[in-house]
Design a binder for this molecule. Structure first.
Ligand code: NAI
Length: 709
């Protein structure tokens, strides 16, 4: 074995403690499974076996946890020996007992190492999981075979298919660990447990020695159900079904062959383009929090939050803030509106109590932090205020004038506006340095995205405070500049227009939705419009009518539908029909007739569009405006656009976001599409100068994500 003869690993230290060899894994910050760690683990097993005085081996992690997983930065590079499967198999094959002592994260490959050991003890803070699926992968070092043998088929598949983490107590009950230890010293716990095992002459237990399931036929039936459910839920994802396939093969194959088969499937996942998209999403999500202001300034203290307006957004924002443990004061314009706002907040918690996800006591405790008022004086001591009143600049300016009057110096004054000019709002009061945009998405207590919109006069510590608040609220923050619609809604406006053009030119809204769903979205744009309410977009179109470029093409179909009062689900019909409050719509022949009439009125001769062309146009519009948003500095980098769309607009995560998708198909191809479409409508399809520049230079969007490289 070439690996064992090479130099001693610096990442795994061993020392003798009586009859035990203790191996300490030390690869800060999280003990990722680098080649050096893998080599060290292998050497530890060999050293334990070679020394006649050693009777057992204890594996423990130093620092924050056991092993947080594979070193994903090694992906795509030539793998250095030994491989993790080799290490795990060697641990399991050891003739002397191997005890894994777990604390903190034992995730992915880290848990696979632990499962290959013969015994596992965990501290109360241990977090166990097989999250590979979230990166488009699957456990590839025996996890798909050992997990079901240790914990049973269903719990193991739940762990692998969800990628969720499990606490020590749950892991004990599931059979994934054998014991929970008191205290905070994993190594000491492992040593004590190993001594106990030796004293009680416990026999070595190898997961691989037992069959995957006692009743093979019952297991096969269970797997069939899980496979069907997975195919439905994971829409288009590659690796979840591979996980089920790997487990299923373990029912029939001898253990060693099942491991080999698992590796084969793992390599297929590695080669899948989805893996690249998911890994991009993973890193992008970690990059967005690094805005220049968060490095330059310290956040202000925020313990109390004011919310102005208790409508859809105000109530959702209040819940998000309450859920983070802060106190909320809601201000509404009159008592009936305040009562409605309060009811909107209470409804969320009542729903949780009804579903058994919250106790009545917990509900009462949360609501004790919630207060309301119809006067602004109630906000005099508040650290941060979020305004969510009607989308009307005069109404908003009046609210900010009140805030300017009553709020304490240094209070952060935020607006949740979707489109309005925050610089103008800031300029209308005496403290523009405190004004910022916090653009939540509906439902605000659920949607992860928070656009942090940075006006020109705001001070850096206010921006840093906004990022800190996002962290407390468990949101994914994206820094955006001021413009009409910021990052997300500005780009949305363009591809929605492209969708409207498609419909007027010959596709049905149902064709468009279907093509967009097949691309990986949970819903198409016309379904989304029916869900959100057609009246919202209609109001925006009317507001913008005066400033619309008279030369620009304007499709009136949506207006014709709204004029009939067909606003979508809430009115029983919109683009689709919703008989008797049904949530899934059915195509509406009357809508198709309206579309036909509008085509005739506009003098358009309809033509056919394939699903492929629909997606090409939809994506080209999105990518092109994404490039403009980056070029103008509205988004810091292409990855900020990606994260916005992944977390706010349902963009399929496995494609990594629109800019990553553009890179994956080639920017030259996107530009060629735009130039082709521009022959019909040069005003709408103007190639972004940034896109042209990148294509000329042979670069991609990702080259702008890492300017220092
Ligand atoms: P909404 O109409 O549901 O609620 C607005 C609330 O503000 C009402 O309860 C109203 O009584 C209250 N209000 C109006 N004037 C007030 C004043 N002067 N003082 C105190 N309260 C006042 O509207 P929604 O949907 O909650 O939108 C609020 C803001 O959030 C708008 O700026 C909107 O553009 C933005 N937004 C909306 C999203 C959505 O999906 N609905 C998404 C993101 C942002």
């Amino acid at each position: 074995m070439p690996s064992s003869s090479s130099a001693a690993s610096a990442a795994v230290r061993t020392h003798r403690q009586g009859a035990l060899l203790v191996a300490t894994i030390s690869n800060p910050p999280v003990n990722a499974l680098s080649a050096d760690v893998r080599r060290g683990l292998l050497q530890a097993v060999e050293a334990a076996e070679a020394d006649p005085e050693v009777r057992a081996l204890v594996l423990a992690g130093e620092g924050r946890g056991f092993i947080a997983g594979a070193d994903i930065r090694e992906f795509g590079k030539p793998a250095l020996p030994p491989s993790l499967p080799e290490v795990c198999n060697r641990i399991e094959a050891s003739g002397k007992p191997v005890i894994a002592a777990l604390h903190g994260p034992a995730l992915g490959g880290g848990l696979e190492v632990a499962m290959a050991a013969h015994f596992r003890i965990a501290l109360a803070d241990a977090k166990l999981g097989l999250p590979e699926v979230q990166l488009g992968l699957m456990p590839g070092s025996g996890g798909t075979q050992r997990a079901p043998r240790l914990m049973g088929l269903k719990p193991a598949l739940d762990l692998m298919l969800s990628g969720r983490h499990m606490g020590a107590q749950e892991a004990l009950e599931a059979g994934l660990v054998d014991r929970i230890a008191e205290g905070s010293q994993a190594e000491a716990a492992g040593v004590a447990y190993a001594q106990y095992l030796l004293a009680s002459r416990a026999a070595i237990r190898r997961a691989g020695d037992s069959p995957l399931a006692a009743d093979i036929e019952a297991a096969r039936a269970t797997l069939k159900e899980i496979a069907a459910d997975t195919a439905k839920k994971s829409r288009g994802l590659f690796s979840p079904l591979k996980i089920v396939e790997a487990v299923e093969a373990g029912l029939d194959l001898p253990f060693a062959e099942a491991l080999w088969n698992e590796r084969r499937l793992f390599l297929q996942c590695i080669d899948s383009p989805q893996r690249a998209g998911l890994i991009h999403a993973f890193f992008a999500e970690r990059e967005v929090v690094k805005a220049p202001e968060t490095r330059a300034a310290k956040p202000r203290q925020v313990a109390s939050v004011g919310v102005i307006g208790g409508g859809t957004m105000g109530a959702g924002i209040a819940v998000a803030v309450l859920d983070a443990g802060l106190s909320v004061t809601m201000v509404e314009r009159d008592e009936p509106s305040l009562a409605r706002g309060r009811a909107n907040v209470e409804k969320v918690y009542d729903g949780l109590v009804q579903k058994g996800r919250m106790t009545a006591e917990a509900r009462a405790a949360v609501l004790a932090r919630f207060g309301g008022s119809t006067g602004y004086a109630a906000l005099s001591g508040t650290d941060l205020v979020i305004e969510a009143v009607f989308e009307d600049i005069e109404v908003k300016k009046a609210v900010f004038a009140e805030l300017d009057r009553v709020c304490k110096p240094g209070a952060v004054l935020a607006t949740n506006t979707s489109y309005l000019d925050i610089d103008a709002i800031a300029a209308s009061i005496s403290r523009p340095q405190d004004v910022i945009g916090l653009h939540f998405f509906s439902p605000a207590n659920i949607m992860k995205l928070l656009e942090i919109v940075v006006p020109s006069k705001v001070s850096a510590d206010v921006v840093a405070t906004a990022f800190e608040l996002a962290k407390k609220l468990k949101k994914v923050p994206v820094r955006a500049g001021v413009c009409d619609g910021f990052i997300g809604n500005r780009i949305l406006a363009k591809y929605r227009q492209a969708a409207d053009y498609l419909v007027e030119d010959g596709a049905s809204p149902y064709d468009v939705d279907e093509a967009v769903r097949a691309f990986g979205y949970p819903m198409g744009p016309f379904q989304v419009s029916d869900l959100a309410g057609g009246d919202i977009g209609w109001a925006t179109r009317k507001r913008k009518a005066a400033t619309r470029d008279p030369r620009a093409r304007y499709v009136q179909i949506a207006d014709r539908i709204c004029e009939r009062g067909w606003f979508g689900q809430k009115t029983g019909r919109g683009w689709y029909l919703y008989p008797q409050g049904a949530r899934a719509g059915t195509p509406d022949p009357e809508v198709l007739a309206i579309i036909d009439a509008e085509r005739q009125r506009a003098g358009v001769k309809p033509r056919k569009f394939s699903a492929e062309e629909i997606v090409r146009r939809y994506m080209a519009a999105m990518i092109n405006e994404g490039a403009n948003v980056v070029r103008e500095g509205i988004a810091l980098r292409p990855l900020d656009v990606d994260v916005t769309f992944l977390y706010g607009y349902g963009f399929p995560r496995f494609r990594g976001g629109p800019m990553k998708y553009a890179d994956s198909i080639g920017l030259d191809r996107v530009l060629a599409d735009i130039r082709e479409f521009a022959q019909e409508d040069p005003l709408f399809w103007q190639p972004s100068p940034l896109l042209v520049e990148l294509v000329t230079q042979g670069r991609n969007f990702d080259s702008l994500n890492h300017p220092a490289d």
